[in-house]
Design a protein around this ligand. Structure first.
Ligand SMILES: CCCCCCCCCCCCCCC(=O)SCCNC(=O)CCNC(=O)[C@H](O)C(C)(C)COP(=O)(O)OP(=O)(O)OC[C@H]1O[C@@H](n2cnc3c(N)ncnc32)[C@H](O)[C@@H]1OP(=O)(O)O
Ligand SMILES: CCCCCCCC/C=C\CCCCCCCC(=O)OC[C@@H](O)COP(=O)(O)O
Length: 249
């Protein structure tokens, strides 16, 4: 437990400290998605500090010239390490508004052009997502969404919220699913365990949305989630073959 808390405290503290370095560099340019390159560069080494080996597959799927919406599973704040391993250029996450008030991290996020939504006000959040559809097309920006809407430490995936898929359909851009394998071998919040370990990241085939309307969103959401669940089980099973796959949902 003690080691777990120390490691998590250092993780948060180190990111807060790195943000102090990032802020002046980003401030030279002002608020811009280009600053995500600086943030990505500054966070890239953190996986080495924790002995986490990340293997990425399917990165070529990100090589589309047009904007797209990336959807990813969300296990923990450690997802930041995987995100910074693969984050495409001109891609910004959608984050809960509370992150903006996390001291230096909040300011760094704002300078990186991260899009903040108020999860307590659905209409506001949907309004921001709709504006984002226009921004994506106007400024050629990609967006990264965690469709579960919150962290899920239970080794599976929560039901998906539909905002990311409405966004993709409104902008008529592809959805690119990305799956990070279970952290169970090296990290468990419940068991207060945090050791070294391996993580597999799979970028899946882009799903086109051209020609789809809002009525197609529920089916699109379910089909993407199903594809991601299958990939999650496959990747997690590859890392620990002896373990039972999660209960199908
Ligand atoms: C070096 C140091 C620097 C440090 C830098 C560190 C960088 C860190 C970056 C990492 C950031 C990561 C942060 C991750 C998060 O914060 S995750 C939490 C926030 N993200 C989300 O919540 C995204 C997923 N949520 C959604 O998509 C939701 O749908 C949302 C839009 C937020 C609304 O949620 P909610 O209020 O719960 O309502 P519902 O989901 O129930 O939706 C209500 C109905 O509205 C429909 N809907 C949703 N979106 C739209 C839309 N855009 N247009 C039209 N309609 C929409 C939805 O389908 C529901 O209707 P139905 O039930 O389907 O009829
Ligand atoms: C002066 C204020 C000081 C505040 C100190 C805050 C300490 C935390 C500092 C740094 C944290 C860095 C972590 C990076 C952010 C990772 C993003 C993340 O994982 O957000 C969670 C969000 O997806 C869902 O939130 P919930 O699971 O719904 O909850």
């Amino acid at each position: 437990s003690f080691r777990y808390f120390c490691k998590m405290a250092f993780y948060n503290g180190w990111i807060l400290t790195l943000a102090v370095l990032v802020i002046p560099l980003c401030a030279l340019r002002g608020r811009s998605v280009e600053n995500m390159k600086i943030i990505r560069f500054m966070l890239h080494h953190v996986k080495y500090l924790y002995g986490i080996h990340i293997e990425v597959r399917g990165l070529e799927h990100f090589n589309l010239p047009e904007p797209y919406v990336v959807v990813s599973n969300h296990q923990s704040s450690l997802d930041l390490l995987g995100m910074m391993e693969v984050l495409p250029d001109r891609c910004v996450p959608i984050a809960k508004k509370e992150l903006m008030y996390m001291g230096t991290v909040g300011l760094a996020c704002w300078l990186g052009g991260i899009i903040f939504i108020n999860r307590k006000k659905t209409d506001d959040a949907i309004g921001v997502m709709s504006e984002t559809a226009q921004t994506m097309l106007r400024d050629n920006v990609r967006v990264w969404v965690f469709p579960e809407g919150t962290r899920n430490h239970n080794g599976s995936m929560l039901p998906f919220k539909r905002g990311a898929f409405h966004l993709a359909v409104q902008a008529q851009v592809p959805v690119i699913p990305i799956v990070m394998s279970s952290y169970r071998d090296f990290y468990s919040k419940k068991e207060r365990r945090f050791t070294t370990g391996r993580c597999l990241i799979q970028v899946l085939t882009p799903m086109p949305t051209r020609g789809l309307g809002p009525e197609a969103v529920p089916a699109l959401t379910e089909s993407v989630r199903q594809t991601m669940l299958e990939a999650f089980d496959r990747l997690s099973g590859e890392l620990s073959p002896g373990q039972e796959p999660r209960t199908p949902q």
